[in-house]
Design a protein. Sequence first.
Length: 368
Amino acid sequence: MNPALTRRQMPTAPAEPEMPALQESEAEQDAAWVGGWSTGAQANSAAMLRWLVWGLIALGPLLGALAYLSVPATSAAPAPKTASSAPAASGGQGAAGFATLFVAAYLSAGRGDELKLAAYYPPASNLQLEGVSGQRRGEQLTVVRLRQTDTAVWSVTVAARVTGAAPTATPSVPPGSSPSPAAATDAVRYFQVPVATAPGAGGATAYTALALPAEVAAPERAKSPELVYGVMRPALPTDPRTQAVTSFLAAYLTKGGAELDRYLAPGTRLAAPSPAPYSGVVVDQLAVEGETGGEPVVAVPGDGTTRRLFVTLRATGHDGVRLPLTYALALKARAGRWEIASLDGAPALTPPASAPAVTGAPGPTPTS
């Protein structure tokens, strides 16, 4: 065997891999992971972010339109909601009605009616009432005084004609004098009730009495104010004003309004009671604005002259009973006769006197 050939055909031992190549491969593998993310994942994330940004850009106009349409018609901030409270007027009106019902129940209450009063005044359930239930009762109950004593408290005075009460002992009175009205069994009496109000369910107002009714004196009578009319004097048949008023009131009260227009001044419209409540009228007295008495009046002044009158009369009912009535009205002269210009709702009051003029040095002359 040829030694040279033998050497060429003998396989050589495989060479060991170089260490630097191995280190380079590991470095490349480590470089593919940064912070727990592979470079492929980072590339995917970057792509997703780009798509998200482009998507937002594309949706920008749509989101802007939606935001514009969602803006309310007014930009003013809504007023803060406050706890609802009943108006003072409605609270007073309700308190008046509540007190009226309480007084009616109170006047007719007797033994065993404690719970009925407790519906208005809860502590009344601890009372021990006396007397027979329903023996007394209040009639013609009406509120004569209403005043607010606190933010949510009303003092209500109710007048009631109490009937069925046992007669009281009549005090000694001088001869010829009449007994006190308090001794009458059906006298009008006055009861004061304190009523508290509070917001109730559903926006309503709730009421409760703070005490039992307290009997009080009658309200003070106001002094009558002065009227513009002169002295009341007899209505003379020859006075043209008496004739005009009598003819008008006869049509107004006894004819149901028939022929009423013939007595009215142009432009005046009145509706008469119907059916006619009386069968006849007689004018007794009249007072005329600006007149204090003197010579009888028999003439009518010039057209357009007006006078205010206050008239008292007697109207005869269909049962033959005469009833006194009073009317405040105005007359207007036209074509030699008086016509009814208005039927006033109340007598006219004398206007307050003007302030007295201040004497002294004249002030500066105003310029126009």
